[in-house]
Design a protein. Sequence first.
Length: 335
Amino acid sequence: MRKQIYIAYTGGTIGMRPSSQGYVPAAGFLANTLASMPEFHRPEMPQFTLREYDELMDSSDMSPADWQFIADDIAANYHKFDGFIILHGTDTMAYTASALSFMLQGLGKPVIVTGSQIPLAELRSDGQVNLLNALYIAANYPIAEVSLFFNNKLFRGNRSRKVDADGFDAFDSPNFPPLLEAGINIRVKAGKIAGASSTELKVSKVTAQPIGLVSLYPGISPMVIENTLQQPVNALILLSYGVGNAPQNKQLLAQLETAAERQIVVVNCTQCFKGRVNMGGYKTGHGLSQAGVVSGFDMTPEATLAKLHYLLSQSLSFDELKHQLSQSLQGELSN
């Protein structure tokens, strides 16, 4: 029996058509394009149901409310289908994949986020390969977690990052190997094929949270931190140097201590593409730890932001919030 896969088209390049103002999403255009492509309807392929959202959007306009809509949509159709494909714009795809990984608790079926750099209807589109493979993998190599498929690689969603603005190899997973690679042969690597699951899916509610993000740079003024903390923020992501280092500016460190006193959690993530925070490695990192900054270990900034939204949406104490940030909840950080 052919598997049944649910495709949710949220918007994004893959279903867009050209206009005088550049590529734009258009209702019904993706469905018509797929209907005219016989490779998607071969007997080896799973059957699929396409739902185009009423308000198709560029992923630059995505917000936590849209993450919630997608998660609720999956939950509403969870028992009707064997797997789920989320078609999404590439710009914030890693954010959505990260957020869904925390929101979908007890997931027993594959949820694959994918899209393309060139619209499906255009010549040389990468959308055909990405969507064909995502459908085939969801049906035949189901990995029961939120993942991101692009250019023949399936990545853990909360480990993925967009790394190329205009190349087909647009995504990577710097600190975790691909779950699966689709070459001449499909090879499962870090992923695990899902078996029968008796767990019930639970969707955790996420609401928009005021979160600051500051990237350190040589000569940064402590007022940058101060001004950020004066805003109504519940958390701050600090992008530090190397393994989590920062200048030993007493005024800057005092601002971070003030954040801890006000119970504004500060998470230390490295600016480096690859590697992990180790605030005990150098004196310049130890100062951050002494100021109450929490290590982000090897989490991506995208996963850190999504995890903060998820945790801040719960009624957690400040100490429990800091503890949960340091734990691997959905494989987002290495122990």
